[in-house]
Design a protein around this ligand. Structure first.
Ligand code: ZN
Length: 139
């Protein structure tokens, strides 16, 4: 069995944002040379997510609205976590809802996806460099 590891780095200019990272993950698979196996893709930060869904701007706006209704950023004082001096209590909760990682099948060297599946990095406390781990195993 072969294994391959790569970190993808992002700096989202706003506090929140979604980035389609499917091309970067496929590029890592291509570099790995692995044709049959699995790719784990996970956020390495507890205020960011990796998830699979549609690359459709209306849906992304819906996520933003839904997550803000569930865990509004303000008032900052609403969150006990922010008593530590941080202001990202909401970001930890948003990350929990949107998930830490995805595991994808690799078949004949390609992500074995349904027709609309795309991998996203979800940022909930941006404006700084953060990373995603891609770990690929197989043959
Ligand atoms: Zn925090």
């Amino acid at each position: 069995m072969k294994s391959f590891r790569k970190e993808l780095w992002f700096q989202v200019p706003a506090r929140r944002g979604f980035i389609n990272i499917t091309p970067e993950v496929q590029e890592a698979i291509d570099t790995s040379g692995i044709r049959e196996g699995l790719a784990l893709v996970n956020a390495m930060h507890i205020t960011a997510s990796v998830f699979i869904n549609d690359d459709e701007s209306g849906l992304h706006a819906d996520y933003e609205k839904w997550l803000e209704a569930l865990a509004p950023h303000e008032p900052i004082s609403h969150y006990r976590h922010n008593r530590t001096g941080e202001d990202n209590g909401d970001a930890h909760l948003k990350r929990q809802v949107m998930g830490r990682e995805v595991v994808c099948a690799i078949t004949e060297g390609r992500l074995d996806f349904g027709p609309w599946e795309q991998i996203f990095y979800g940022e909930f406390d941006g404006r700084r460099k953060k990373r995603v781990l891609v770990k690929i195993i197989g043959e």
